[in-house]
Design a protein. Structure first.
Length: 296
């Protein structure tokens, strides 16, 4: 056999080999979230809360009475007991995803009796519930990184001046908004005000404020719209972190987070087909009592 024929035969054999590889069954590609059937979706419950520790870092900043007081502690205990009947397999919280190690340390210390719970919803609800359920970990899923570009691009107070929207800005910052939520908290049990701030109408009404925020600027320079875009990006990152928990279809994920996030996250989770979404009202109702007199 001549050298040329040998080369041609070798080339033909190579082609056959490549063809065999080409027709072999390809590795299965990841299933797109949008195509996930309902039966394959983990269940997600979002428990929105006012910030129990009064951190004073939100657009609206209601005041919460001392949740470490004995009566509030009894009410929190009833909420924890009621939520435990849902039997979440994961509890996720508004804690920076990058700081999971710090959260692990704090939770481990609590389980070991070396950490005194603070007056916030992560400690009072997530940690207590996690311990009751025997969970080894609480998942940090928040994302609150710096937005791209200069800070001025997101300064919606400056945007109000640019767009001559001072009246709109004043209406958005009306202290009466905070007083309404403060009264709601003050006049209800913990389960009662949690039910109120997780009601679909309440969440939708609260979310509607962002459309007015988006108008704080003008057609050329609109910091309000930029900030609202960042707010959506933050919540999409939170959703991504929830998906990355890689929960099984049989899992139940409870997210405890500021109520301002709940509307978007409920919508994103359902619309994306990432989760089967359930609301917390039926479980909170187990812990609720009628409106009571203000706690002193």
């Amino acid at each position: 056999m001549s050298f040329a024929v040998k080369v041609l035969c070798a080339a033909a054999l190579s082609a056959v080999s490549l063809g065999a590889v080409a027709v072999a069954a390809p590795s299965p590609s990841p299933v797109l979230i949008e195509n996930r059937p309902l039966s394959q979706r983990p269940t997600l419950m979002i428990l929105g809360s006012v910030h129990l520790g009064n951190p004073h870092r939100d657009l609206h900043d209601p005041s919460v009475d001392d949740v470490l007081a004995p009566e509030r502690q009894r009410q929190i205990g009833r909420v924890v007991d009621a939520m435990a009947t849902w039997k979440p397999t994961h509890i996720a919280v508004e804690w920076g995803h990058k700081n999971q190690v710090k959260l692990d340390k704090q939770y481990d210390d609590y389980l070991a009796g070396k950490y005194v719970l603070a007056a916030d919803e992560i400690d009072q609800l997530a940690f207590k519930l996690g311990k009751k359920l025997g969970l080894k970990r609480i998942d940090a899923v928040d994302w609150n990184e710096d937005a791209p570009g200069p800070d001025d691009a997101y300064d919606w107070e400056k945007g109000a001046k640019i767009g001559h929207q001072e009246a709109r800005f004043a209406a958005l910052r009306d202290p009466a908004r905070d007083r309404e939520v403060t009264a709601l908290v003050h006049d209800h049990t913990v389960a009662g005000f949690l039910r109120a701030v997780n009601a679909p109408k309440y969440l939708a009404d609260s979310n509607r404020v962002y459309y007015d925020l988006a108008l704080l600027g003008d057609a050329q320079n609109n910091p309000g719209a930029m900030w609202v875009g960042y707010w959506h990006a933050r919540n999409l990152n939170i959703l991504d972190n929830l998906i990355r928990l890689d929960a099984k279809p049989s899992d139940r994920v409870l997210l405890i987070i500021g109520a301002g996030h709940a509307y978007l996250l409920n919508e994103y989770a359902a619309d994306s087909h990432a989760f089967r979404v359930v609301r917390p009202d039926a479980w909170l109702a187990k812990a609720d009592k009628p409106t009571r007199k203000a706690v002193r």
